[in-house]
Design a protein around this ligand. Sequence first.
Ligand SMILES: N[C@@H](CCC(=O)N[C@@H](CS)C(=O)NCC(=O)O)C(=O)O
Length: 217
Amino acid sequence: MGDRKHDVYPWLYDLNPQGTVPVLKHGNHVITESLVCNEYIEEVATFTPYLMPKQPNLRAEIRMLNSFLSSDIVPNFYKLLLQDTTEQSKIQQRLISSLAVLTKKMESLSADGPYVLGQQFTLADIALLPFVERIMIVLPHYRNFSIPATKEYERLLNWYSIVQQRPSVIESINQSLGANNASGASSRISDRKSFLIKAYAAYADNTAQSSTANSFR
Ligand SMILES: N[C@@H](CCC(=O)N[C@@H](CS)C(=O)NCC(=O)O)C(=O)O
């Protein structure tokens, strides 16, 4: 499967020998790693309001959160799909504790939100959304795992429902589905669920041969 992907997308491996996405080519520059791509786009574009605050302490907060996402939440998400049943309850516990840490962090950055840093939508929201979305959609389907609807996770769950309603988020999900903005919310949500559930089927039955899957086995 790895070799087949190499044959189908040789240009991807020319840009990124690891064969993973995202890959960004801007002029002669090739940027890999999603969180680095996010910062690069922010720096070359002139967004108003900025997606990366100007204050160094807030920039550091976003990077610390991103680092926690990459080192903790993302690996536990993949491991819960890939590891055999004997390991799963341990990983579920780890993931739920990590999500509690994340929620506490969000509360300390801004008690009421609505976004991670408060009123401003930033790169912290953009980095977090894809994996919280996967945890909310893919894990209940394959692993009977859900984030408890308790006070402890309230800030995170409220954030998730608000962020999903942002026009830019709706547009980007529609693009991933090949749908248009006129698609109703309920059909968009159910199409997105089907899309993600299908995308992770080979992870859930442990047959995925991607470099991402192999790195979390
Ligand atoms: N740390 C990398 C991870 C990249 C990654 O794992 N990408 C996945 C998609 S989300 C991928 O391309 N998997 C296919 C493969 O491993 O062949 C990032 O954040 O960009």
